[in-house]
Design a binder for this molecule. Structure first.
Ligand code: ADP
Ligand code: MG
Length: 659
């Protein structure tokens, strides 16, 4: 392992994640954990492919920056040699002349600039021998470090199938040490993040992006007349390596693609599929050329993430131009010189697979996301996992959250909206109740005041009417009138007392009452004009109720009087009495003028009256309301003022617990 550790290649930038789950979807090894709504790289699972860096639009994932280390090397006394990956023409298409680029790299302080493609030329012949040789082992290419990490960590049984051949980067490093001395330091420059941790033999590795940043820092720009060629050994066809199937092209093995001896795959889904099929014995071939990206030209260390075909054409142009001016003799001499160089490479398994959780716990999680039957498994992939089951497994393993499931989250949102609606309704009811109790408080104050003022004059009337009554014999024509005065004054005192009680929020004094008789009695104490017809209709399962008789009498007489006053031209006053097991209900309806909508809200406000001065006080309904509330009952009103909609009139409905 090199200076950079495999598990530190990609770094999460905190708080930048907007949880789109694209990185989860794009990560071939699901090395992304969603924790408290933030996507984090699980370092020990990461294979450094950099897919997450490429796809994150928020810049929440960045790769390890090695510029500092490279600058330190360049500023030291060491002799530092750069080797540049063959994908450079795809990156530096803006620098028309590659020789200008070579010069720019040297201006940073590199002693030599060598093409990695020569390393590719060297290993190409190793690959050719391997494919044509007698060894029956089917081999997997080992030049893409992410593929190597993937096999070492997730398919350790296939490590034996990794081609035991050094990568072009390692090969050229060995060449450089032979050519320029064992003590020189080698810095790889390329499109790949995973290369940073590939080999100890290479001192540092930076991406093209980092190289551009160094150019910017030291203000190094291309200059037409300041150019130089690569240092030897120069490369030939190895320069086509970075496009997919590059190796196959460079060793002229395209025929074997047709006959199935060689299989190639690039890109995160394809390489995984091939490895899976190969492991399960479905594939019979000699060699598998696998790349984690769609060709190295699509690596995460390129500044431009797109334009794959443009990039391919840039490589082709460069190779064409290169081969035109190619010095075959010189190249062959170098190839010969290094034909005995050890180009072997060994790999070792490093199993990082996580055991699959128990089926029962997977099912439990699926159930918690509302997935009960197979048709609930949408496998929509929105969560980033291919199937609902894979998502559930990741949840059990602690890498994912249930909220990542879109259908589940939508359902949860719907439920929340419903709950919110219910709370809203409760709140509305509470607000109305509050408004009413405010009215009640007003009324309490008011009635306390009135009752207090009335108490004294009433006392005087009671006293004198009693004296007068006592002084009068029953045969006196005034006796009956005096008796009525005494009776009615007594009643007034009771009401006033009641008002005072009400104001002090005293409990009602409930007594057992026959409701039917009580209602009929209430109609007897009001004066009914001859043009108004009274209809009392009782339909009670049990006529016995517990009420405060004086207070409830006020309720009924007030409602009845209001009804009569609403029918100046006559009409029908109907009283309907019904009950349930727990409540009784009295409906008092008239065929009068009705209550306009705009007055509905004001009915229980003390002093609200539409009646002529001296006629109405606006105290009736507030009192009624208070008494009903003290009986823990409800009062509702329905009214119609519009003849076109049918009979006008008003119905007050009181609904009171029987006990
Ligand atoms: P008052 O009868 O002294 O006006 P209330 O509190 O009893 O005071 O009634 C308030 C108002 O409600 C009345 O002035 C009237 O406008 C309206 N109202 C009450 N009951 C009826 C009814 N049955 N029909 C039409 N309007 C009514
Ligand atoms: Mg009234």
């Amino acid at each position: 392992m090199g200076h950079a550790e495999r598990n530190k290649l990609v770094i999460t930038v905190k708080d930048k994640c907007r949880v789109c789950y694209t990185c989860v979807r794009e990560c071939p090894v699901k090395a992304i954990k969603i924790n408290n709504g933030q996507a984090e790289v699980i370092n020990e699972r990461c294979i450094g492919c950099g897919n997450c860096v490429k796809v994150c639009s928020q810049g929440a994932k960045v790769f390890l920056d090695s510029k500092n280390e490279v600058e330190q090397l360049l500023n030291s006394d060491e002799r530092v040699i750069a080797c540049i990956a063959p994908s450079f023409p795809a990156e530096f298409s803006d620098i028309k002349d590659y020789q200008c680029l070579v010069r720019m790299i040297k201006r940073l302080g590199f002693l030599k600039v060598v093409e990695v493609a020569f390393g590719a030329d060297l290993i190409a012949s190793e690959y050719r021998q391997m494919i044509d040789g007698d060894d029956p082992t089917p081999y997997i290419s080992s030049d893409c470090p992410s593929i190597v990490y993937y096999i070492e960590h997730y398919h350790p049984d296939l490590v034996k199938n990794l081609s035991p051949i050094a990568s072009p980067m390692v090969a050229i490093t060995r060449v450089i040490h032979e050519e320029y001395g064992k003590d020189v330091k080698v810095v790889f420059i390329g499109p790949c993040i995973a290369k940073k941790a590939e080999s100890n033999e290479v001192d540092e590795a930076i991406t093209f992006k980092e190289l551009r940043e160094l150019f910017l820092k030291y203000q190094i720009v291309p200059q037409k007349d300041d150019r130089c060629d690569f240092d030897p050994p120069k490369a030939a066809k190895g320069a086509v390596f970075p496009v997919s199937r590059g190796l196959i092209q460079s060793i002229d093995k395209s025929d074997d693609l047709v006959n199935g001896k060689i299989i190639t795959a690039s890109g995160k889904d394809n390489f995984k599929e091939i490895i899976k099929e190969f492991e399960s014995g479905e594939i019979d071939c000699k060699y598998m050329e696998l790349l984690c990206c769609k060709g190295c030209i699509m690596g995460p260390g390129m500044t431009n993430k797109d334009q794959r075909y443009f990039k391919r054409s840039q490589i082709s142009n460069y190779v064409k131009q290169k081969l035109e001016q190619f010095d075959q003799e010189e190249w062959e001499a170098y190839i010969k010189k290094y034909s005995h160089l050890d180009l072997s490479q060994s790999f070792s398994s490093n199993d990082r697979r996580v055991e699959k959780p128990e089926q029962s716990s997977i099912e439990k999680v699926l159930l918690s996301m509302g997935k009960r039957k197979p048709s609930d498994y949408l496998n929509c992939g929105t969560c980033g996992y291919d199937t609902c089951e894979e998502h559930a497994i990741a949840i059990v393993q602690g890498y994912a959250e249930t909220e990542m499931c879109l259908p589940y989250s939508i359902e949860k949102l719907h439920k929340s909206i419903e709950d919110l609606n219910i709370s809203n309704e409760h709140l509305d009811n509470a607000r109305i109740a509050l408004k009413h109790s405010e009215k009640l408080a007003h009324m309490g104050q008011l009635s306390a005041g009135i009752a207090h003022e009335l108490n004294n004059p009433l006392g005087v009337i009671t006293m004198y009417s009693n004296i007068l009554k006592e002084e009068t014999t029953p045969d006196n024509p005034m006796f009956k009138d005096l008796e009525l005065i005494v009776d009615q004054t007594e009643r007034c005192k009771k009401i006033v007392g009641g008002l005072l009680n009400f104001a002090r929020k005293n409990q009602v004094k409930k007594v057992e009452t026959n409701l039917e008789k009580f209602v009929i009695h209430s109609t007897e104490s009001i004066i009914l004009p001859s043009n108004i017809k009274l209809k009392v209709n009782t339909n009670l399962t049990d006529s016995l109720v517990m009420i405060d008789q004086d207070q409830m009498m006020q309720v009924l007489t007030n409602l009845e009087k209001n009804a009569i006053e609403a029918m100046p031209n006559g009409g029908i006053l109907s009283i309907d009495v019904t009950d349930t097991e727990s409540d009784f209900k009295i409906k008092i309806s008239d065929t009068g003028v009705g209550i306009p909508q705009e007055n509905m809200d004001k009915l229980y406000t003390p002093f609200f009256t539409t009646k002529a001065l001296g006629k109405g006080t606006g105290l009736g309904l507030p009192l009624v309301y208070g008494i009903i509330k003290m009986h823990r009952g409800q009062i509702n009103v329905i009214s119609n003022t519009d003849e076109s909609k049918g009979q006008t009139g008003t119905t007050f409905i009181i609904d009171v617990p029987k006990f």
